[in-house]
Design a binder for this molecule. Structure first.
Ligand code: ISL
Ligand code: CA
Length: 555
């Protein structure tokens, strides 16, 4: 197994709009991040990933880019960016940017040109097709509801958009598009950034015959129609050869539809594509066939099995990434823990899971203090385009909207986009004025200042656990072995290499549980780290566990 810095890194994901507002206009910004650099460094993380900071009309909060080489006006200036990069490097940290290459904004000059006429040189930067008799060219559904085709009256043709109609898909078949992409990547790499998170990357290559699909389930359509198109590996390999091979940088591919088998193709060392990809198996758990707003029950054994399958997939080929939440999903403690009575214990348990698996670790802002989902009373308080469009569609279909709002409370991407909770002052210390999205009212109890004052806080546990991972490379590179696969409450596994063996025991339940150990009780188990501050070594062949107790033992 090759050892490299990015395998050992813990990445801290920042959603700049909601992190810290330095100029008090209600929107987080780059200078806000600069102000918090000491805080970020204090976590012990290695890399900062910024969600998109480029010029954008913000139909999808920066994931609709109108200028790839300019900074979003609300976030600051290029001088602010240069200063941020410099400060990050001076603090021994690295910075990666989020690159959205599947689509642009409709306000990007390429699209403005393309729309002008059928023979405009930029027309072929996007996918245009004729419809039939008032029907779009095919029956594909968009991620954000409705058809993937939007009609353009002046040319009597439709353009493709897998996401919102303000996010037209780029035509990667066109070599000029790929050349532009290589150039803009070089622009940022030459500034000295340390890599990219590449948005929706499995979707960039399409079957350009655009056949109708007979599949009914949206998640199946992603897996079988949208993701991993015919030329996707060729395009990514080309990025590697033309651009990335000249720099020592890290790449992580994002996007749904990547199976464990396909992950090996994207991340295999000899394939020269990406360093790692995110897998969504555990985050799509609980989604029915129609996606996020179609909620179905799930069990801990299914959850554990996903981790086991993915660890195995990348054990000898490629490299995993480990994350439990991001800006597109609910808060990890609300989703996988208990955000009520056991919020702190379960947030720490999840920290232990996150930081004791094999792969590059990604930690999302606010999770380190145990921030939770929010439940706004009115749909008008939600801003996310996916939430708003899903609500509109439910209204059109005559659904029970009170019931739907409850699903929004659990599923909305805005759960993870409420302002970072710094302290107890008005607007949670995020801004002096009302923020672009309301704060979670629980900021009075859940905030950084509170955590700093308590040595046993969630935040301080994260710091300890990150340090612990750094000191025990077995957790980064060692093998993974899942035990008690069918136990409905306990997630238990071993991590080991030639020199060390550790046992991780996580009680994912509100109940006390006991566990008969697979090991000989005559040798003492040394507890190395615990969310219940267990200090004693354990000499028996059983363990008694408190609700949401999480321990790592040396064996
Ligand atoms: O969040 C999802 C569904 O609810 C995912 O399927 C998500 O849409 C998908 O992983 C792609 O996400 C990325 O690209 C989107 C953007 O809206 C997301 O914020 C981004 O993470 C389009 O650029
Ligand atoms: Ca601001």
């Amino acid at each position: 197994m090759n050892k490299t810095w990015w395998k050992e890194s813990v990445v801290y994901q920042i959603y700049p709009r909601s992190f810290n507002d330095a100029n008090n206009d209600g929107i987080g910004d780059l200078r806000g991040i600069i102000q918090k650099i000491d805080y970020i460094k204090s976590l012990g993380v290695d890399v900062i990933w910024l969600c998109p900071i480029y010029q954008s009309p913000n139909d999808d909060n920066g994931y609709d880019i109108s200028d790839y080489t300019a900074i979003m006006t609300e976030f600051g200036t290029m001088a602010d960016f240069d200063e941020l990069l410099d400060i990050v490097h001076r603090n021994g940290l690295k910075l990666i940017l989020d690159l959205v290459l599947n689509h642009t904004s409709i306000e990007h000059p390429w699209f403005l040109q393309a729309k002008k006429s059928k023979d405009n040189p930029y027309r072929g930067y996007y996918h245009w097709r004729k419809g039939g008799n008032g029907h779009p060219p095919n029956n594909w559904p968009s991620f954000f509801k409705g058809s993937v085709w939007e009609f353009d009256e002046s040319s009597n043709e439709y353009y493709l958009h897998l996401f919102s109609k303000k996010q037209p898909d780029l035509n990667w078949e066109n070599p000029a598009v790929r050349q532009e992409i290589h150039d803009l990547m070089r622009f940022w790499l030459n500034k000295g950034i340390d890599g990219f998170r590449m948005d929706a990357i499995p979707l960039i290559s399409k079957d350009t015959n655009f056949p109708d699909t007979r599949l009914q389930s949206f998640n199946q359509i992603i897996d079988q129609v949208y993701a991993n198109g015919p030329r996707v590996h060729e395009f990514i390999r080309e990025i590697h050869d033309e651009v990335l091979s000249d720099y020592d940088v890290f790449t992580v591919g994002e996007g749904p539809g990547i199976s464990p088998e396909v992950a090996r193709l994207y991340t295999g060392m000899h394939r020269k594509e990406l360093n790692t990809v995110f897998h969504f198996g555990h985050l799509f758990l609980g989604q029915g066939k129609n996606g996020k707003y179609d909620v179905v029950p799930w069990t801990l054994p299914e959850f554990k099995n996903i981790f086991a399958i993915w660890d195995k997939a990348c054990a000898d080929e490629g490299w995993n990434s480990i994350f439990l939440g991001n800006h597109d999903f609910s808060r990890m403690v609300s989703r996988f823990g208990n955000d009520g009575q056991f919020r702190e214990q379960s947030a720490k348990l999840l920290a232990m899971l996150l930081l004791s698996m094999r792969g590059t670790v990604f930690l999302y802002q606010g999770d380190e203090i145990g921030m939770t989902n929010v439940a706004f009373h009115s749909i008008d308080d939600y801003h996310d385009i996916e939430t708003v469009n899903s609500f509109k569609e439910a209204a059109k279909a005559g659904a029970d909207l009170d019931q739907f709002l409850k699903i929004v409370h659990d599923q909305s991407r805005d759960n993870a986009r409420t302002p970072m909770q710094w302290d107890r002052t008005k607007h949670s210390g995020f801004s002096a004025v009302a923020p672009w999205i309301n704060c979670n009212p629980n900021y009075m109890e859940v905030n950084v200042t509170q955590c700093e004052a308590n040595p046993h806080s969630v935040l301080n546990f994260y710091r300890r656990m990150i340090k612990f991972r750094k000191e025990h490379k077995t957790l980064v590179y060692g093998q993974f072995n899942l035990l008690y696969k069918e136990d409905p409450d306990l997630f238990v596994y071993e991590r080991f290499d030639e020199n060390n063996k550790m046992l991780v025991v996580l009680n994912f339940s509100d109940k006390k549980r006991n566990l008969t150990l697979p090991h000989d009780g005559s040798t003492a188990l040394k507890c190395l780290i615990s969310n219940y501050n267990r200090e004693i070594d354990h000499k028996a062949d059983w363990l008694n566990l408190e609700p949401w107790e999480a321990n790592i033992y040396k064996i």
